[in-house]
Design a protein around this ligand. Structure first.
Ligand SMILES: [Zn+2]
Length: 1003
């Protein structure tokens, strides 16, 4: 037979697109349109009851509307004709959409005159059901969200901020009329869509493919293109035999989970996400009503809380479906957060607040972590998620790797402490599947664990900006449940999938360590103010809880539980995977900065007030130590007299440079203000390699191929400009005996003032830089060469650290040329090591270099600032302050201490010393959080971890009467004791390497 594939395939495409799909909705009656514009570009949405009750002006189809970010209300009225034989009546709306990218452009929500919600509207879902013989009276709240990413992606645009978005109408009302949805035409479109989609994925020489081709051709022959409606059922009759062909027992099993990925902010502000959630859930609940087979999973307690507050009647609809098990809360987190940069305690709170919400509202504890889109997954997560009640983990983001293909889709993931969690990456490689033939075939062929298991999960539904599943996707699911040549699709919950997957594959392979995303490496640095606000607020929350708990236990003040929860929620929301990573529009980051400032102010006030109560009156100066380490004779978690300063640092000018000498360090700066030597006097070791210069600022051109705010592409390293010109160099000795060197440098339109401070007795050089940053598409790094020959470096993550090689032996190592660390990086040889601690930096790299005297040295570089121009064209312009320290740290524990210390500076006040609420002796464990229990019982919760990767045994001594000690998980639920030995008032804990332990102390 001649090969007629191309001819027939093109015929299918054209007939389906130009004749069948347009015939689905047959107009039967017009609608009258009235319109009300709210505020325009500078206006903000108003409550529906207010908008519905306002006056409207005459409008019409074709009229322009919507300056960017404005809201326009359309009032639609008309009479629905009597029932039709061929299908139900629907209002069809087109707000002026481009036929793609639902959730990235204009959207609508339809209301009844009483303000209750009907459903959401987007380019793929523009219909509203109406009853025959009734009057239409609908209000549509149309949001003029601009298309920020398309058509030419990644060009700088002012659309991401109200003030620069312009006031030109972006849209034109294109359609608003009453139609009949022709059932046979609609079903024919689905039949053809599924069979055609399947056919094109089969091998060219496959017999079933050829049968499909000829069968579809026969169906098209039965269709009268002049009267599709009358002949659709004839065409369907031809296709019925093809659709009835059963699938093979060996076919790949797809667990399809209805879903809408809704970014809590991204190319839209948080306030728009509140409305996005309402639109999506309104659609989903209606779909659940109409289609009993649908199961839908939604993550992020924050999004449920928004809905509960803003659209309570939609929340009630959601709640009814949760009760039947078809609307499935999943993920267990407050938001789908970043997991690289989020601090340990904050990561715990993402789950604590998330799970608490799901329990309170629905009586549900989520067992599956749902993070399809976050930019890599920290090696600390397995332990955290297991302690938060979760048993399974899902993402697909690692499929975005630039270099290496991850070897598994189903595996057990082992974290830094050895905890394992059963993990699945959907091989469909998307979290916004539409269940097309192409996607299903890709899931099956791409699945890397085939042979051992034959089952994968496919999240389906429009997403990023919401939308969710459509009835057309459900048509595809129904037809592929058991169809020859196709994977077998079953709509199921994540829990059903994981139970089957784990039973199928109990000995799934193990992957150890982080799930590093070989992409989006710029997100550790972009939007520096957001990073700084996060780090600062995480530590202020620690201080506030510690002192509020101490004051509450001593009966000095009530515990401000509600206030702390409210502030935590702000910080947790802003850890969302496009906010903390710096990949949102300007509007989002402006608001984030404002929110952090408000949280900081409130926490500072709370901390000051509690410390005042604890210190009492008296005029002795005391220093407060909120770190978990005794320090300068100050007790950890307490306050004591200010220690007298040691002998002042001696300053000498030498060879155009400066020599600083304390009792422990001797630091030499050259005439460029760069550190050329830093001798640790006790060991005699010079931290700086011979001939190298440390604390050197460096600029690189930074213009990635795409995803500007996200990506730092490897070729950025090819060119570098050292900033070693000195405009001014000053040396001062402060009253406390510290020597301070200040170096001013100018470059381009920018300037940097670097300070280096050597304090008496301190085994570290404190560095700060004030940058007035006006560069574009440039990354600013600071280089610290360290005379240590190290195969790997330790990078702090949540509740511990992980080691990454300093070499590039394999493509996996080479791809990690920019990585995330929290408060420190540590490089060491046995007996000697150096830490670089920081107060707000996450992007790091450690490279190895041949040393002039043999061996290698290690260069630690911190990424201080970037200046990408998409999606925020003004990213990081202006003033920034960054602090870091070069610390002699023989052991990793010394690095841990330095990291806490730089983020929790001692506070000074007057009064009496504050006795710590509890003391830890025996060393080796770190207290991460002290708080009162979430349940309001007044129990004290203490969270500790082992930070060095060693086994340890510590004793806790509370300074208040304790009736009972129990070990609890992160949800503060009792658990089998795992290391706790409590007897006669003494509390002993045996901890494994990096073990996290939480104790509940009943007073
Ligand atoms: Zn996302």
């Amino acid at each position: 037979m001649h090969d007629r594939r191309r001819l027939i395939e093109d015929r299918i495409t054209r007939v389906l697109t130009e004749r069948i799909r347009p015939a689905v909705h047959r107009p039967v009656a017009p609608l009258q349109v009235e319109v009300r514009h709210v505020g325009g570009g500078q206006g903000e949405p108003v409550p529906p009851v207010e908008a519905i009750g306002a006056s409207y002006e005459p409008g019409a189809v074709g009229q322009p509307w919507g300056p960017a970010w404005g809201t326009t209300w359309f009032h639609l009225t008309g009479a629905v004709p009597p029932a039709a034989d061929d299908g139900p009546h629907e209002v069809v709306i087109d707000l002026g959409w481009s036929p793609h990218s639902p959730g990235f452009q204009a959207e609508g929500l339809a209301y009844r005159p009483d303000g209750s919600v009907v459903k959401g509207l987007n380019p793929m879902n523009g219909w509203i059901p109406v009853e025959p013989g009734t009057e239409v009276d609908l209000y549509v709240e149309a949001a003029a969200n601009p298309l920020v990413l398309q058509p030419h992606p990644f060009l700088p645009t002012g659309l991401g901020e109200k003030a620069t978005a312009g006031d030109r109408p972006l849209y034109r009302l294109a359609r608003a009329e009453i139609c009949v949805r022709d059932t046979q035409v609609w079903e024919l479109a689905a039949d053809l869509d599924v069979l055609d989609g399947l056919m094109r994925e089969l091998p060219a020489d496959d017999g079933w493919r050829a049968e499909l081709l000829l069968g579809i051709e026969r169906a098209l022959d039965r269709l009268d293109l002049g009267d599709v409606s009358a002949t659709a059922s004839d065409a369907r009759a031809e296709l019925a035999a093809l659709l009835a062909r059963r699938g093979a027992d060996t076919a790949h099993r797809v667990s399809a989970v209805g879903h809408a990925h809704i970014d809590s902010a991204w190319l839209w502000p948080v306030r728009e996400t509140v409305r996005k959630v309402a639109r999506t859930v309104a659609n989903v609940t209606q779909l659940l009503d109409d289609h009993p087979g649908l199961i839908y999973a939604m993550s992020s307690a924050q999004q449920y809380e928004w809905l509960e507050k803003h659209r309570p009647e939609v929340f009630e609809r959601l709640k009814q479906h949760v009760a039947t098990g078809r609307f499935v809360p999943t993920g267990g987190m407050w938001v789908e957060s970043d997991t690289n940069m989020v601090g340990g305690e904050a990561m715990a709170r993402q789950f604590l607040l998330g799970q608490r919400y799901f329990r309170e509202k629905f009586g549900v504890t989520c067992r599956e972590v749902w993070l399809p889109d976050s930019f890599g997954y920290s090696a600390a997560l397995p332990q955290i998620v297991r302690q938060a009640g979760c048993t399974h983990f899902l993402t697909q983001k690692i499929s975005w790797n630039q270099q290496n293909v991850f070897p598994h889709h189903t595996f057990r993931w082992e974290g830094i402490d050895g905890t394992r969690v059963f993990t699945h990456f959907p091989p469909v490689d998307t979290y916004t599947a539409e269940l097309t033939g192409r996607e299903l075939a890709h899931a099956a062929s791409n699945f890397r664990d085939k042979g051992a298991t034959n089952r994968s999960l496919v999240p389906f539904g429009y997403g990023d900006g919401g939308g969710g599943p459509t009835r057309e996707m459900l048509q595809r699911a129904a037809r592929t449940a058991d169809l020859a040549g196709s994977p077998r699709v079953t709509i199921e919950s994540p829990a059903q999938f994981f139970a089957a997957a784990e039973a199928d594959y109990p000995d799934a392979p193990v992957w150890v360590g982080e799930l590093y995303l070989e992409l989006h490496r710029g997100t550790y640095t972009s939007q520096a103010r957001t990073k700084e606000g996060n780090r600062r607020c995480e530590h202020l929350l620690r201080e506030a809880e510690l002192w509020a708990t101490t004051a509450a236990v001593r009966g000095l003040a009530d515990y401000p539980a509600d206030q702390l929860t409210r502030l935590w929620k702000v910080v947790l929301l802003q850890q969302f995977h496009d906010i903390l990573p710096g990949s949102s529009i300007a509007w989002v980051h402006r608001e984030a900065a404002e929110n952090y400032a408000a949280v900081e102010a409130e926490l500072e006030e709370l901390i000051t007030a509690r410390l005042r109560l604890l210190a009492g009156s008296g005029d002795a100066e005391i220093a407060v130590n909120a770190t978990p380490f005794d320090d300068d004779s100050l007790p950890s978690l307490g306050a004591g007299p200010v220690a007298p300063a040691g002998p002042a640092v001696v300053v000498e000018r030498r060879n155009g440079g400066v020599l600083l000498t304390s009792e422990v360090l001797q630091v030499t700066l050259d005439g460029h203000g760069l550190v050329v030597s830093m001798v640790d006097l006790s060991s005699g070791r010079d931290v700086i390699p011979t001939g190298e210069r440390a604390n050197l600022l460096q600029l690189h051109q930074d213009f990635p191929n795409k995803w500007d705010a996200w990506d730092l592409d490897e070729f950025y390293r090819n060119t570098v400009r050292d900033l070693d010109d000195v405009a001014d160099l000053q040396v001062d000795v402060r009253d406390d005996g510290a020597a301070v060197v200040t170096v001013t440098r100018g470059f381009g339109g920018s300037s940097a003032i670097q300070t280096m401070t050597l304090r008496p007795g301190a085994r570290q050089l404190d560095c700060a830089v004030d940058v007035d940053w006006h560069e574009r598409e440039t990354v600013l790094k600071v280089a610290l060469p360290i005379d240590v020959h190290a195969t790997d470096a330790a990078y702090e993550t949540q509740f511990g650290h992980l080691r990454r090689p300093t070499h590039t032996n394999t493509s996996w190592d080479a791809a990690r040329f920019e990585v995330c660390a929290h408060r420190f990086v540590h490089v060491a040889e046995p007996g000697f090591g150096v830490a670089v601690a920081n107060s707000a930096t996450y992007g790091h790299e450690v490279t190895r270099h041949e040393a002039s005297r043999g061996g290698t040295f290690s260069t630690v570089r911190l990424s201080l600032l970037r200046a990408p121009r998409f999606p925020d064209p003004e990213t990081d312009q202006g003033r920034h302050h960054r602090r870091y320290a070069l610390v002699v740290a023989p052991e990793v524990t010394d690095a841990v201490r330095a990291g806490y210390r730089i983020n929790l500076p001692h506070r000074r006040l007057t009064g009496a010393p504050i006795e710590p609420l509890l003391q830890v002796s025996g060393g080796g464990a770190v207290i991460e959080a002290v708080k009162l229990a979430e349940d309001g019982s007044g129990d004290v919760i203490v969270r500790l971890y082992e930070p060095a990767g060693a086994r340890t045994r510590v004793t806790l001594e509370p300074t208040f009467p304790v009736r009972e000690v129990t070990q609890v998980d992160l949800l503060e639920d009792p658990m089998e004791p795992d290391g706790l030995e409590a007897a006669d008032g003494s509390i002993t804990l045996r901890l494994r390497p990096f073990q996290l332990a939480t104790l509940r102390l009943r007073r």
